[in-house]
Design a protein around this ligand. Sequence first.
Ligand SMILES: Nc1ncnc2c1ncn2[C@@H]1O[C@H](COP(=O)(O)OP(=O)(O)OP(=O)(O)O)[C@@H](O)[C@H]1O
Length: 346
Amino acid sequence: MTSIDVQALTKEYGTTRAVDRLTFRVEPGRVTGFLGPNGAGKSTTMRLVLGLDRPTSGTATLGGRAYAALEEPLRHVGALLDAQAAHGSRTARNHLRVLAASNRLPGHRVDEVLTEAGLASVAHRRVGTYSLGMRQRLGIAAALLGDPPVVLLDEPSNGLDPEGIIWIRGLLRRLAREGRTVLVSSHLMSETASFADHLVVLGRGRLLADTAMREFIHARVDPRVLVRTTDGAALHDLLARHGYDAVKAEDEGEGDGELEGGSGGGEESGGQSAGERWIVHHARVEDIGRLTSGAGLTVLELAAEEATLEQAYLDLTATEAEFAAQSPTQRPTQPSAQFPAQSQEA
Ligand SMILES: Nc1ncnc2c1ncn2[C@@H]1O[C@H](COP(=O)(O)OP(=O)(O)OP(=O)(O)O)[C@@H](O)[C@H]1O
């Protein structure tokens, strides 16, 4: 099986250190999400893996070999870096035919990947007439042409319509199930959460995290339970007696994102009492359910609040940005995000 190995990889452009002593391995059989703020070094790392740029120091290999040492590289690794790369005056089919011929790939692969990418009916059209989403599909088709064991995709969902986004999700999951090594960069956290098993997170060219996605989320976002009750005071006292910190939902602060569309702890618009919504921190829904029913409390709603990748990611990058703002020179070995984190969700 072919892994991607990045070892002490460094790339400097003049005085900018785009990638800084980066070491990680992308394993086969799973989708690895590649995250980081703008300018963190994701595209540079991918270009170095693909031999499109030379490292200042360190190595990036595929199955132990540098990209430059691969014969007919499309058979080993497929990549989408820039959807605009295809020649606008060629038809999509011709573009893929040229690629296939240069890597001695069988001609039938061209039609197979065109069908796979949903482009069969427009394959005769010049690429110059394609929309961004169609170019993106063509770039993904090209990446799959050589049936490669390693696939690298830079922002593959860019420009795709909702049907395309569902398609790419299924495709990535299938590629991983087939045992391939799949590295996918994205700024869309809910998208990444839907297809990635593992995460590699960069900040300022350095490694901030290399971990299973579930662990990444659970290590940063505390599990919480939502309780809606007609007797908030009794709920609060009960939970306090058992060491839980329960906070009325509207006191949680704005922008937390977890209670959108909720009744906010007040009255429903019809004036009928909807009870109060409380959030219990560091709690499991089973434990709170047992406690409330044991105490005979009227509970109108009880739900576990799913921690999201976006919350965990923002927590990580905000900490890094905060550190960077406070003491940029005191702890030079501490990685930090280049820009204060913002929600990247579309
Ligand atoms: N060819 C280049 N010449 C000079 N600087 C470059 C070059 N390519 C990248 N950089 C710089 O290297 C850093 C990393 O850029 P890179 O494009 O790898 O980040 P990224 O994580 O892919 O960002 P984004 O999420 O915005 O695509 C940035 O500071 C960028 O300006």
